[in-house]
Ligand binder design. Structure first.
Ligand code: NDP
Length: 490
């Protein structure tokens, strides 16, 4: 398990040899001691990426040659899927089955997808007429695209390898180089990526991985030699990243938090919707940016629906993340569990009804576990309804009709995703078009074609990722206009 910085194609310790402990959420024990990149190490990583971007072979390769190496990286991830999935389960506390079958599989797919997308990407030419120096000319204007240079990729702790590859796939496939900074809470699989990249033949300096605390990320985004920043994390950090980017006008994309509504209409398939709502909030213990944390139900079916939902919740298998049968593990840290619990106690003290959860389970005895929690009769202005908890807490509100449902769904400063549960196609489309969210799912959760735009409206982010949206972000378009129609040689 690599625990050192990966810079210029090799692992090395940090300048001052400083380290921080990574704690395993399920055991509360130390899993590793990982290097803290000081400002000098950040500068070294950016320098390695700069040299690879300015004079290395990577940007000059064609997309097909880059794709061959990136596909070998994807092969490496797949070959080590069990090992990486187990490491991520220990590092994050997510069930190993979810890590191996979803997150690690998606990490390989992300790289393959963007390698192929960059290879297949074509630019169109526009044809028009113009007059110049008294002559009638025909114009052919084309768009050429070049890599931006050095990318800084900063990711949170909840799905490290999936989010790292979702960003570095398009960054590298379009010929950029990068410095990846994972969260201090779950850095281990990102560090392993260095080894996988080297084995795949990625030229030194194209991918650098630095670990550390928030200050390491801040030093990275402030570095003048970074050309673009892809940041995934909380709204507050996103704001400071954007402010740092303004110093040298770096291109920036922000994938931030959410407070996504689950709208259940009276015509919905209630049993299926209850299973879907439970999955949307309690998957990954609610530590997902797209968690459907606000339940909005048609008043007329509320009691029936809540009974079905509670039945679903009672079936969730809580346990050791390394057990293949486990569906629900611990939260990431003791302090995060305290934060989650504070939202719940505050809501209950203000009169909310606890339908389930609200406490630590008696088993497992160790680990930062917190029961799936549902709060009913809650004040719509309470913090639990308005702020992102990023934990297993679902708030319940009732609506009278479609108009009321839309108004309540949109009563938030976030706008990442929304879920509509209905059997009426007209209603699904009518409502979907009025929700202020970057992504709307109808009768499902989180399924998606990677070509479509992923990202949030309002405070949930800036820009979109996926398919050509990512390829466009990571490239500089250059217009080249050719004239013809009159032979310049007479
Ligand atoms: P944070 O914003 O706390 O941290 C995100 C990353 O930024 C970490 O690597 C962190 O490092 C780093 N960082 C901290 N301070 C700075 C700084 N000043 N400059 C640059 N980087 C910095 O988020 P969390 O890790 O707690 O993740 C949870 C958040 O991520 C939630 O809001 C969630 O919704 C969001 N998220 C959004 C997704 C999306 O696609 N929209 C996907 C997944 C999560 P360190 O940890 O070492 O402090």
């Amino acid at each position: 398990m690599p625990t050192d910085l990966f810079i210029g194609g090799a692992y090395r310790s940090a300048a001052h040899n400083a380290r921080f402990p990574v704690i395993e959420p399920a055991t509360e024990r130390e899993l590793a001691q990982v290097a803290i990149a000081a400002e000098q190490d950040v500068a070294d990583a950016v320098e390695a990426a700069r040299v690879a971007a300015d004079s290395g072979p990577w940007p000059a390769m064609n997309a097909e040659a880059r794709a061959r190496i990136l596909n070998r990286m994807a092969d490496g991830i797949e070959r080590r899927a069990k090992e990486l999935g187990t490491l991520e389960a220990r590092d994050v506390g997510k069930p190993v089955s979810e890590c191996v079958n979803h997150d690690i599989a998606r990490a390989a797919k992300n790289i393959r997808f963007f390698a192929a997308a960059a290879e297949a990407w074509t630019q169109e030419a526009s044809f028009s007429d113009a007059k110049f120096l008294g002559a009638d000319l025909k114009l052919m204007s084309v768009t050429a695209r070049s890599p931006l240079g050095v990318g800084a990729i900063i990711i949170p702790w909840n799905s490290p390898l999936m989010l790292a590859t979702w960003n570095l796939g398009p960054c590298l496939a379009t010929g950029n180089t990068c410095v990846l900074k994972p969260s201090e809470l779950a850095p281990l699989t990102s560090l392993a990526l260095g080894e996988i990249a080297a084995e795949a033949g990625l030229p030194p300096g194209v991918l650098n991985v630095i670990t550390g605390l928030g200050a390491t990320g801040a030093a990275l985004v402030n570095h003048p030699d970074v050309d673009a920043i892809a940041f995934t994390g909380g709204v507050g950090t996103g704001r400071s990243v954007m402010a740092a980017a303004s110093g040298s006008l770096k291109r920036v994309t922000l994938e931030l938090g959410g407070k996504s509504p689950n709208l259940v209409f009276s015509d919905a398939d209630l049993k299926r919707s209850a299973a879907g709502v439970a999955r949307s909030i309690f998957r990954s213990q609610g530590q997902s940016c797209v968690a459907g944390s606000r339940l909005l139900i048609d008043r007329r079916i509320a009691d029936e629906f809540l009974a079905l939902l509670l039945e679903q919740v009672s079936k969730i298998r809580i346990g050791d993340p390394l057990d293949a049968a486990t569906e629900y593990g611990p939260l990431i840290s003791a302090s995060h569990r305290e934060r989650v619990h504070a939202f719940v106690t505050e809501a209950v003290a203000a009169g909310a009804t606890l339908l389930c959860g609200g406490s630590v389970p008696s088993k497992p005895e160790r680990g930062y576990y917190y029961l799936p929690t549902i709060l009913d009769n809650i004040d719509e202005k309470s913090r639990a309804v308005c702020e992102e908890i990023f934990g297993p807490v679902l708030t319940v509100q009732r609506f009278d009709d479609e108009e009321d449902a839309i108004a309540k769904a949109n009563a938030t400063r976030f706008g990442l995703s929304a879920y509509i549960w209905t059997t009426r196609i007209e209603r699904a489309l009518r409502v979907a078009n009025r929700l202020k969210a970057g992504m709307v799912w109808v009768n499902s959760f989180f399924l998606r074609d990677l070509r479509t735009p992923f990202g949030g409206a309002r405070q949930s982010g800036l820009g979109r990722q996926g398919g050509r949206y990512s390829l466009e972000f990571w490239t500089e378009p250059r217009m080249i206009c050719m004239t013809y129609g009159e032979d310049s040689h007479g």
